[in-house]
Design a protein around this ligand. Structure first.
Ligand code: ADP
Ligand code: MG
Length: 596
């Protein structure tokens, strides 16, 4: 018997339900309202009073209405057919709807039940299987989509009793029957459900990160790299470029699959995603970018509870694909909107508030979420990873606010966007000095960079970093003492730091070529810039230095906008060579040394 209750209170989208029946924490229930049934999740149980967040507008809802509990938690359905989809947090297929918005009480199937999939078995009768084991695969676009023993058979050691032959099957068809040690049979289809708030722990172990995940964004890849299975976050005030940066990453990042969670941001941004993304090509494979992308979106005009659903749904899907041995990247924009949703619910329940009225356990919630990322060794010895990068939008850019602080404790890479850089249009506005990637301290990562990338890579990057730091100090001194107040050499260092800034740190997301830089090209540019900045130029006054470096900057920027090693690119490089020859004939010879 499913539990039932009566609606006794409504506070915006928090409802209070009275029932003596047994109800689970996070159980899903439906509130009856005329012909509609509104979906809600129990978030607190206090004796006979159950508090639930409704994932819909509660307008017109009446006290006294019946509430039907389902006995189930908030779940995502996992199976072939999710690639390229655009879902909301409750896995409604938004492509199927007009105008992006569902009517209240309307739910939309995430899969097409009629679709036929070509199933190929990977096990045979008599094989021993556990949860997460690959029993077959279907071809979904480019992906050999693994059909797995459902994750919820976590504690089961079973034997395959039967498995279907290779052929075409629908989602309702059983493709295998497995039997546990007590002789119970379980029939397996190509789909199963999983409660989104529960981390999937079906793997042998999590491993320390040892491999870089290229993003195509130079300031990240060169200065503060992300790793496969790593976590990072992008805090920045409104308008500093968080969304543009995440989109840039999503277009080029070296991942098999990308889950974009658009959480609580403005509806027009989400519409842009919808219209722009399906058109774009994947530079790595030549296929459409959308073929490796799933978008989960909840805009700011949807009820706050659905934001929470979207971040968890996105992560659960990522765990599903990681279990197939894929390299998954999850991008969430913005996690602050999710935290604000938690705050609203907590306040409505009149819980004891933590800092800035966020829930007391905000840090734990954020930490639990981030800890679902990681590089894992699956039970079959193969590996898979989830890399997670979230944005945080601290009010007024205050990095001491609770969501930023909580995230900082768990995310290992920190990409701070600076208002000042955004104001002066130095995009991406990542402040390379206050940002960091703790992965650079890992020996595995240092080795990776110095062996796979290039000998002495980390040393080279450190040289550039030193010049950037020094340049910043000199800028401060010049601001106080004036141009004449510092030695000529200082001007030269300052301009060298500007060269690094304008050509490596800055990158134009709206230019077809500059938007993303493959790592081979990044190496080339890094060495070129390094060859310039080690030259000891001779100048008579600071004005000449500025003019000279502005010319260099312009040439290298033009290179960034040109096809790599194409004729334009090489022409600009020649011009650069000539310019340097004018000042330092001997050193110019080595300008293009060690480039490839
Ligand atoms: N890398 C970039 N290249 C060029 N322009 C950028 C870049 N990043 C941000 N911008 C500019 O800044 C604006 C705001 O960026 P957006 O990502 O929407 O900010 P946020 O998400 O932080 O509020 C963009 O519309 C764009 O004009
Ligand atoms: Mg944004």
């Amino acid at each position: 018997m499913k539990s039932k209750g009566i609606l006794t209170g409504i506070i915006s989208n928090l409802i209070i339900i009275e029932t003596e029946d047994k109800v689970l924490q996070n159980e899903i229930c439906f509130v009856r309202h005329g012909n509609e049934s509104l979906l809600a999740e129990v978030i607190r149980i206090s004796g006979k009073n159950k508090y639930a967040q409704v994932f819909e507008n509660t307008r017109g809802l009446k006290v006294g209405s019946q509430v039907d509990f389902t006995g189930e938690l908030l779940e995502v359905t996992l199976g072939p057919g999710m690639l390229s989809k655009i879902y909301d947090g409750l896995q409604n297929d938004l492509y199927k709807m007009e105008g992006l918005l569902l009517n209240r009480g309307q739910y939309n199937k995430p899969f097409d039940p009629e679709q036929l999939w070509e199933f190929r078995p990977l096990v045979k009768a008599g094989d021993i299987v556990k949860a997460g084991d690959w029993i077959g695969e279907v071809t979904e676009k480019w992906l050999k989509h693994k059909i797995m023993v459902p994750f919820y058979y976590e504690n089961l050691d079973a034997t395959v009793t039967s498995i279907v032959k290779e052929g075409m099957y629908q989602e309702k068809d059983a493709v295998a029957v497995i039997t546990d040690s007590e002789g119970n049979n379980y029939s397996i289809t190509m789909k199963f459900k999983w409660p989104v708030k529960k981390p999937v722990r079906i793997y042998q172990k999590k491993v320390r990160p040892y491999k870089i995940m290229e993003t195509g964004v130079r300031v990240i890849d060169i200065f503060n790299p992300m790793v496969e299975g790593g976590t990072g976050f992008i805090p920045g005030p409104f308008g500093c470029g968080k969304t543009v940066l995440q989109h840039a990453i999503s277009k080029y990042a070296d991942a098999d699959l990308i889950l974009v969670v658009a959480c609580g941001e403005r509806a027009n941004e989400v519409v842009e995603l919808f219209t722009e993304f399906p058109e774009l090509d994947d530079p790595r494979t030549g296929r459409k970018l959308m073929e490796r992308t799933i978008i989960i979106c909840n805009t700011s005009n949807m009820p706050v509870a659905s934001r929470e659903a979207s971040v968890y749904t996105g992560m659960s899907m990522a765990e599903y694909y990681r279990s197939m041995g894929l390299k998954v990247l999850v991008l969430a924009d913005s996690t602050s909107r999710w935290a604000q949703a938690l705050r609203e619910m907590s306040n409505r329940m009149e819980e004891l508030p933590g800092p800035d009225a966020y829930p007391m356990d905000l840090s734990a919630i954020v930490a639990n979420y981030y800890s679902r990322a990681g590089h894992v060794v699956l039970n079959n010895g193969k590996t898979g990873s989830i890399t997670f990068i979230g944005t945080v939008s601290p009010a007024g850019g205050n990095l001491k606010e609770p969501v930023t602080e909580a995230t900082k404790k768990v995310a290992q890479a920190f990409y701070a966007l600076s208002q000042q850089r955004a104001d002066s249009k130095r995009y991406p506005a990542i402040d390379s000095i206050s940002s960091y990637s703790k992965y650079l301290e890992y020996n595995e990562i240092k080795n990776f960079l110095n062996h796979t990338y290039e000998k002495s890579w980390t040393e080279k990057v450190q040289k550039l970093r030193n010049i950037l730091n020094h340049g910043k100090e000199i800028r401060d001194q010049i601001n106080i003492l004036g141009d004449d107040g510092v030695p000529l050499d200082y001007h030269q260092i300052f301009w060298k730091s500007e060269l690094i800034d304008f050509t490596l740190l800055q990158q134009d997301s709206f230019d077809d070529i500059d938007a993303s830089t493959p790592i081979e090209r990044q190496k080339y540019m890094l060495n070129l810039i390094l060859n310039v900045v080690v030259i000891n130029f001779k100048f008579d006054n600071f004005e000449i230095i500025a003019d000279y470096f502005k010319k260099i900057i312009d040439m290298v920027k033009q290179m960034n906008y040109s096809e790599f090693k194409g004729s334009n690119f090489l022409n600009f490089q020649n011009d650069l060579n000539k310019l340097i020859m004018e000042n330092q004939p001997d050193e110019a010879k080595s300008l293009t040394e060690n480039l490839y």
